[in-house]
Design a protein around this ligand. Structure first.
Ligand code: TXA
Ligand code: MG
Length: 337
């Protein structure tokens, strides 16, 4: 590479956190990236129709380019501009859950660059439920491609500060919309040839909620690596802290790691014999939605303690508890090997 080019690439960009939608809009219209708040996690947004902006997203995240991006729009009308066809069940679920944490995998129109979908003829698209980002999206005449705003493989950000920790100097602006309400990524659904729903990633909307609306059971999507682009949420290791994490019955795990420096993530209660400052109770009242909201912050905080191991309790396998267990599963030590 030419020396001047190397120097240019190394110039440190100052990253500002603010609440100015106009500023965010200005950067996005000029092909720059902006951290945006959503109800699930913060996104690293760029103009989905501009291939240069999309390349910047992959670079800033260090994300492999075979890994497709979700695009975000401000309304159902805008969504229909980018997809060829909407199955009846998609509309039914959209009426109930959007704006909200539900992403639809639908046949894309040609205007959506192949780079966004990693070559797939389907695009993942959703309407996020956050007032700042909804007004931003409504003010733009293009959709925003936005993966979670974390370096590839690390824990998704649920505050503007988390975004800064991972991407400082790589993006000019982070739109601060407070702590994310849901705290886990959106649920991703697709459709089979009979237009029945397939679950690609569990998240902010539970399978039970979807089944209640459809009045039928839904199946998990079978991902064939040859035919489908990798769904990063389905990679074995993801959302992972640097500290080894183990899941199970805390009392048993505690014995197993006797003598080690331990931090704990539990559902409702503290564990005897461990320093209180190293314990993160996600919901003392036993509310799974509250636990989901606190999960990623707790993972980040335990990671910062620099202990030997993080021990996490297994959550009830129901509703959003399943999404919590899914994320913890991908954070665990065995999957990092
Ligand atoms: O809640 C969310 O969905 C957040 C916020 C920012 O909207 N976004 C998010 O993006 O979680 P990301 O990139 O971290 O995860 C998107 C997932 C990945 O697992 C990706 O592989 C999958 O969606 N995906 C995107 N487009 C796809 C496609 N065309 N076919 C199959 N999977 C796709
Ligand atoms: Mg992600």
């Amino acid at each position: 590479m030419h020396k001047a080019a190397i120097f240019a690439a190394e110039i440190f960009m100052q990253t500002i956190i603010g609440e100015d939608i106009e500023k965010a809009r200005h950067y996005l219209m000029n092909g720059e990236l902006v951290g945006i708040p959503t109800e699930t996690v913060y996104g690293l947004a760029g103009n989905a129709l501009d291939e240069n902006a999309v390349v910047k997203i992959f670079e800033a995240k260090n994300r492999p380019s075979f890994n497709p991006l979700i695009i975000h729009v401000g309304s159902w009308q805008m969504l229909e501009k980018y997809v060829e066809h909407v199955p009846a069940k998609a509309k039914l679920l959209a009426d109930k859950f959007t704006p909200g944490p539900l992403t639809f995998l639908l046949p894309k129109k040609n205007t959506v660059p192949d780079m966004v979908t990693a070559g797939s003829d389907k695009v993942a698209i959703r309407i996020p439920n956050h007032p700042l980002t909804l007004s931003l999206l409504k003010s733009l005449d293009f959709p925003l491609a936005a993966p979670s705003a974390n370096p590839f493989g690390y824990i998704s950000p649920t505050t503007a500060q988390h975004v800064l920790e991972g991407l400082e100097g790589k993006i000019p602006y982070i739109l601060d919309g407070g702590a994310a309400n849901v705290g886990l990524e959106s649920t991703i659904i697709g459709f089979d040839e009979r237009e029945n729903v397939l679950l690609y990633r569990t998240g902010g909307i539970s399978a039970e909620q979807i089944e209640e609306v459809l009045k039928e059971k839904i199946a998990a999507a079978q991902i064939s690596p040859q035919k489908n682009p990798e769904t990063s949420g389905r990679l074995k290791s993801h959302y992972a802290p640097h500290t080894p994490l183990y899941i199970g019955n805390i009392d048993e795990l505690k014995k197993q790691f006797d003598g080690k420096q331990i931090a704990i993530i539990s559902f409702t209660r503290q564990i005897d014999g461990i320093d209180e400052n190293r314990q993160f109770v996600l919901s003392p009242s036993g509310n799974l939605a509250e636990a989901a909201k606190n999960l990623f912050t707790a993972l980040r905080l335990t990671d910062k303690l620099k202990v030997d191991v993080i021990l996490a309790e297994k959550f009830p396998d129901e509703g959003i508890g399943r999404a919590i267990n899914d994320r913890l599963g991908k954070a665990q030590a065995e999957n990092k090997k």
